[in-house]
Ligand binder design. Structure first.
Ligand code: ADP
Ligand code: MG
Length: 365
């Protein structure tokens, strides 16, 4: 069992608090993603787990052992950094062999292991070349190979795709999932990219200012975000927010809707923020209830290939929606369209705390 238990980590750099109170668990064999913007504490967290940080508080348990003060070498972990380091003067084969020989493997055993890892990462054809002669994707696969060749029980990955181009990132996302499946290794993957976190993570921990503020499956986080911050971290294009207040107990009126929407747990006059995902807005007639249908004017279209992001304005509210490209092509900027949403897709947050209050419902009229 290689359970990882990270509890209340605190790390300060002078006046900067890099980790405020970092707490989360990773199950044995799990692919867990940490999702947070730049400077939120991702790298510091991974380094702390590896034993590279001088902590002001908290503990790290791994495979049932308290490793908070254990030396880096004996932890059975391996880390891949954002800027992956390979020995430029050594061949790929020697880059792979180096950690194995240092760990005392016989050269026959090392050779066998190197061949297996090269095959797994599909870099066998590069074994006798120097890293500088490889493509970016090959170099990254070699860096991964170097990290896993010693068969760590936990693999820590710090934004390993950030420096690659879009096509390679796409391929490598699938590659990481395959590696995880084939190796059965526990993986902790830090990224600022919600797409990476949602597509690869079995569970995702969302970080804000040095602490995890929500943990869940990608679906949980998308459908029931714990607060406004989590809602805007997850999903692309980002969720639309509308600030308003409850028009009566358990009721919301919006300037562009003919009828009110119901929502439990809000008091008359309470300041709230509504969240509506671009993908949850559709052309009217596509299943949206009559109460939540409205007219909106197209302000801007942003074709992305298969889909088009459309900015619309309805009365004083502006929002983004997503249409399939061939549907969007029928409309032009300035045109008025009738759109709508399912009231259950409306997320209701308290405006001052940002906390999730619930979802909308169709009003009983
Ligand atoms: P992330 O990886 O999410 O971008 P980091 O863990 O690198 O975030 O950094 C968290 C915070 O700690 C940031 O405010 C960063 O500036 C600060 N920090 C990280 N490393 C150092 C350091 N060596 N010296 C001073 N401040 C640091
Ligand atoms: Mg970082």
């Amino acid at each position: 069992m290689s359970d990882l238990k990270v509890q209340n980590l605190r790390r300060e750099y002078g006046p900067v608090v890099a980790l405020e109170d970092m707490t989360f668990d990773v199950q044995a064999g799990e692919f867990f993603c940490l999702l947070g913007p730049s400077s939120s504490g991702k790298t510091t967290t991974l380094r702390a787990i590896s034993g590279l940080e001088d902590l002001a508080g908290g503990s790290v348990h791994f495979a049932g052992q308290d490793v908070t003060h254990a030396p880096v070498q004996g932890r059975g972990m391996s880390m891949i950094f954002q800027t992956f380091a390979l020995y430029p003067h050594l061949t790929v084969r020697a880059n792979f062999e180096h950690p194995l020989l240092r760990a005392g493997l016989s050269s026959a055993d090392a050779k066998k292991r190197v061949n297996e890892v090269a095959e797994l990462l599909r870099v066998t054809h590069t074994l006798d070349r120097k890293p500088s002669t490889l493509s970016g994707g090959e170099q990254q696969r070699v860096a991964i190979g170097r990290a896993i060749v010693r068969q760590p029980k936990l693999l820590l990955l710090d934004e390993p795709l950030t420096n690659l181009d879009a096509k390679l990132r796409h391929d490598m996302r699938a590659e990481f999932k395959r590696l995880h499946r084939e190796l059965g290794m526990t993986m902790l993957y830090a990224t600022p990219d919600q797409l990476e976190a949602l597509t690869m993570g079995q569970r995702v921990g969302v970080i804000r200012d040095g602490r995890v503020v929500a943990i869940g499956t990608p679906r949980d986080l998308y459908e029931k975000p714990a607060d406004r911050y989590v809602a805007q971290m997850v999903g692309s294009p980002p969720i639309n927010f509308l600030d308003t207040q409850a028009s009566a107990d358990n009721q919301i009126e919006l300037s562009f809707l003919g009828l009110p929407v119901a929502a439990q747990g809000i008091a008359s006059g309470q300041p709230i923020t509504l969240g509506l995902r671009p993908h949850d807005i559709a052309l009217a007639g596509g299943g949206s209830s009559r109460a939540t249908r409205f007219k909106a004017k197209i302000h801007l279209t942003e074709p992305l290939g298969d889909v088009t992001i459309i900015d619309v304005a309805a009365q004083d509210a502006t929002m983004k929606m997503v249409l399939r490209e061939e549907v969007a092509a029928k409309y032009s900027v300035g045109e008025e369209i009738e759109i709508g949403f399912d009231p259950h897709d409306l997320h209701v947050f308290d405006r001052s705390s940002g906390a999730r209050l619930g979802n909308g419902e169709a009003a009983s009229v």
